[in-house]
Design a protein around this ligand. Structure first.
Ligand code: MTE
Length: 347
């Protein structure tokens, strides 16, 4: 049976990679689209412009040059695609890496999406460890290199939909979150997990200058969401370890939720019996809920969520409930996409 593979519908096929010649980078895309609205939404979504000066960018250093050195780098090119593919029917491209690496949301490094790749240069993303605590049998601090070697790394091509209405398709490499949870031994009383990003103002200009944010960035999930097949821990992308601007060296990817649930550069995981507080919900509870499932029928208070623009694509396409992954996750929510009470404006 080892060679018999069943592909789930959430896995997009590798053969749909866009030829490099068709590439349009995200800044070009925003410009081409003439999308004042998109840019305004990006700013409105989560705060004002950062006002950060750029640090010195070494000559010749580009968006693809932010992969931290690691002795595990050799594991990444070998990571097999999760073999359980079926063709995606919506986004028929995988974005070229330059798209994914040159337009980012990572508030620790400012709010200027096109410059995050420059701001991350001083960030020391390796070596790294993850501290696990709370309702687990094996609490402790785990060296990331050991985790990368322990789990069979695999590739997953996921759609990503930002609350700001842009979307992108990225081949991530990593391991299912449930494997990590099983390894640390989640106890029966657990109902949720919380995950927390680093706090290093000396390396992260946004943490230094945007003092109105409640650093470090923190997020959470219900335990059954965390155990869902789709919940993924990404440590790599495009056949190598993660670029710093994409959340090196370890982030989550939750493809049926708005992007802000997919925290980057995580240092701590807490297994708990309470619903954890979350960064954006604490800042703007009327706008950002705990569940934050992608829902075209529940507008953000300041813009519709009915459509999105895929980076490099032509114009707007309809947004799908759960980002098109409903088949795998809808039964977690008892018939709702946005559960009652998740955001007050939806009631
Ligand atoms: N994680 C941290 N720590 N800080 C952030 O500001 N932004 C989120 C998410 N993870 C964010 C984060 C948002 S809003 C999005 S859309 C995605 O990262 C963007 O991921 P990408 O830049 O790799 O496309």
């Amino acid at each position: 049976m080892a060679n018999v593979h069943i592909r789930p519908g959430w896995q997009l096929p590798e053969r749909e990679v866009t030829p490099e010649g068709l590439w349009v980078n995200r800044r070009e895309f925003v410009k081409k689209a003439g999308s004042g609205a998109l840019v305004a939404a990006a700013t409105l979504a989560c705060g004002d412009g950062d006002g950060n000066g750029l640090g010195v960018v070494p000559d010749g250093h580009g968006p693809l040059d932010n992969i931290p050195d690691t002795p595990t780098a050799n594991l990444y090119p070998e990571a097999p695609n999760d073999p359980r593919f079926t063709p995606g029917d919506r986004h028929n491209v995988v974005n070229p890496e330059l798209d994914a690496a040159s337009y980012n949301n990572f508030y620790e490094f400012g709010t200027d999406h096109g410059n995050v790749w420059r701001h991350v240069i001083p960030f020391e993303a390796r070596p790294w460890s993850l501290t696990v605590s709370g309702l687990v049998d094996n609490p402790g601090t785990y060296d990331l290199v050991d985790l990368e070697r322990r789990f069979q790394l695999q590739e997953r091509i996921y759609r990503h939909r930002c609350v700001e209405r842009w979307s992108v398709v990225i081949p991530w490499i990593g391991f299912p979150l449930r494997e990590l949870l099983d390894y640390v031994g989640v106890q029966n009383l657990a109902t949720h997990i919380a995950y927390i990003t680093f706090h290093r103002p000396e390396q992260a200009v946004g943490q230094r200058t945007q003092t109105w944010y409640t650093w470090p960035y923190y997020e959470g999930l219900r335990i059954d969401e965390a155990y869902n097949d789709l919940a993924f821990v990404a440590t790599g992308m495009y056949g190598h370890p993660l670029q710093k601007q994409n959340g090196a060296p370890i982030r989550l990817h939750m493809p049926w939720k708005y992007g802000y649930k997919s925290s980057k550069s995580i240092v701590e995981l807490v297994v708990t019996d309470e619903q954890p507080r979350t960064f954006w919900n604490d800042l703007q509870p009327g706008e950002y809920g705990f569940y934050s499932n992608i829902d075209p029928d529940t507008p953000h208070p300041r813009w519709s969520q009915a459509e999105e623009r895929i980076i490099g694509g032509d114009g707007w396409i309809p947004t799908l409930p759960f980002n098109g992954y409903g088949e795998y996750v809808a039964d977690l929510y008892g018939g709702y996409v946005t559960p009652p009470g998740d955001v007050p404006h939806a009631n």
